[in-house]
Design a protein around this ligand. Structure first.
Ligand code: PMP
Length: 398
């Protein structure tokens, strides 16, 4: 009998020749435990997912309770299912009043696809504008609006009528016109290596969209649900999108995505033709129960309140001559190092020492920090000590 690692390599489809290949047997809170009993602090939350920690007891309880009632009943949108309805109502209560109609799907990419279709239907326009270095997912539509040629050139032809602007550059907003259905933009760019834009930019973007009748679609799949220090990252900039896209942390560890707009906009999916987006498993009752529990935990444990302070603690501790800068907002941070080779060596050293960190898809010379929001001051200090020791060791070798 082959061991699990060999079976993994033989039968689980591989998309790189260098998967991390950690064999995790258990996860709890901030920690992952491997088959040898080695403990890892997950400083990236499984890429922005486990914001309330792995296997939060309230989430597990909600999953078990729902499993005792029903699993899948019917394709999305036909039956009144308690977890779906309570989750949608809860989300609406946490968002500005125009973001009241919530379409629940299975993933971030599917939510982006839904939002792209909705924007085209509502405006009757086909042009979509996105940003350089954006990441919105890996399906064909989402790939079409990815701002990185390397990852998309092999899949052409992709969607037509896609244009790119420079994130944060007010001058490039001139490209938005009455032909533009929507601007798709991450409120904080994730895979670009955590890039933010200033309030003046967001105000100008909102104004330009209003002027041209273009929908502003904010992708908060990575930066939403409290990670930036506010429930929605757009709250930092005093703007409101026409469509909001969420996923990742929303499900508390279960697959869950959502695209959200006013009822007026969402109603475009009802006519000519009806059933503008169809999903069998979207809004799965177990996942909705987990998501609802996650939102309740964020509130009952006041997790968002301390996010900014914790982010600042990381920034103040992470000082070293090899660190050019620590970018980001709240608990969505990037450590800028000199190049990929150095970064990769430091990351490997951290993992060896029980700390899971990573780089970014479009920014391989920066290290990703996105821990569960539940991380304590002591855990932040010990994580930073491991990172600094790793930097010290690798720089001494070079
Ligand atoms: N948008 C952003 C900003 C993301 O970070 C991601 C996932 N990394 C996606 C969309 C796609 O989400 P998913 O992997 O669930 O399809």
């Amino acid at each position: 009998m082959l061991n699990l690692r060999q079976l993994f390599l033989n039968h689980n489809a591989q998309t790189t020749d260098f998967p991390l290949s950690l064999e995790i047997t258990h996860a709890q809170g901030l920690y992952l435990i491997d088959q040898d009993g080695k403990k890892y602090l997950d400083l990236i939350s499984g890429i922005g997912v486990s914001s309330i920690g792995h296997r939060h007891p309230k989430v597990i309880e909600a999953i078990k309770n729902q499993a005792d009632r029903y699993l899948h009943l019917m394709v999305y949108g036909e039956y009144i299912q308690t977890p779906q309805t309570l989750l949608a109502a809860k989300l609406a209560s946490l968002l500005p009043s125009n973001l009241s109609s919530i379409y629940l799907v299975n993933s971030g990419s599917e939510a982006i696809e839904g939002a792209m279709k909705l924007a085209k239907r509502f405006t009757g326009r086909s042009e979509i504008i996105a940003c350089n270095n954006s990441y919105h997912g890996s399906t064909h539509g989402a790939l079409s609006i990815m701002g990185n040629e390397t990852f998309k050139q092999a899949y052409r032809p992709l969607l037509p009528d896609i244009r790119f602007i420079e994130f944060g550059n007010i001058t490039s907003l001139e490209n938005i016109s009455t032909k533009t259905a929507a601007v798709f933009i991450e409120t904080i760019q994730g895979e670009a290596g955590i890039k933010t834009a200033n309030k003046a930019y967001w105000k100008a973007l909102r104004a330009k969209c209003n002027e041209t009748g273009t929908l502003l679609v904010l992708d908060e799949i990575q930066c939403g649900i409290g990670r930036s220090g506010k429930f929605s990252a757009f709250e930092h900039y005093d703007i409101v999108p026409d469509i909001l896209v969420l996923a990742k942390a929303l499900g508390g560890g279960m697959p869950m995505g959502a695209f959200i707009s006013s009822a007026n906009i969402m109603n475009a999916l009802k006519e000519n033709p009806i059933l503008g987006h169809i999903t069998t498993f979207g809004g799965h009752p177990i996942n909705c129960a987990a998501a609802l529990a996650t939102l309740e935990v964020l509130e009952s444990e006041n997790l968002i309140e301390s996010v900014i302070e914790k982010g600042e603690l990381f920034k103040s501790l992470l000082t070293h001559t090899e660190i050019t800068t620590v970018r980001g907002q709240g608990l969505m941070l990037a450590i800028q190092l000199k190049d990929f080779e150095f970064n990769k060596s430091v990351i490997d050293e951290c993992i060896e020492n029980g700390l899971i960190v990573d780089w970014f898809l479009h920014c391989s010379d920066s290290m990703r920090i996105a821990p569960p929001l539940t991380i304590s001051t002591e855990e932040i200090k010990s994580a930073c000590a491991i990172i600094l020791a790793a930097i010290e060791k690798i720089s001494a070798k070079n």
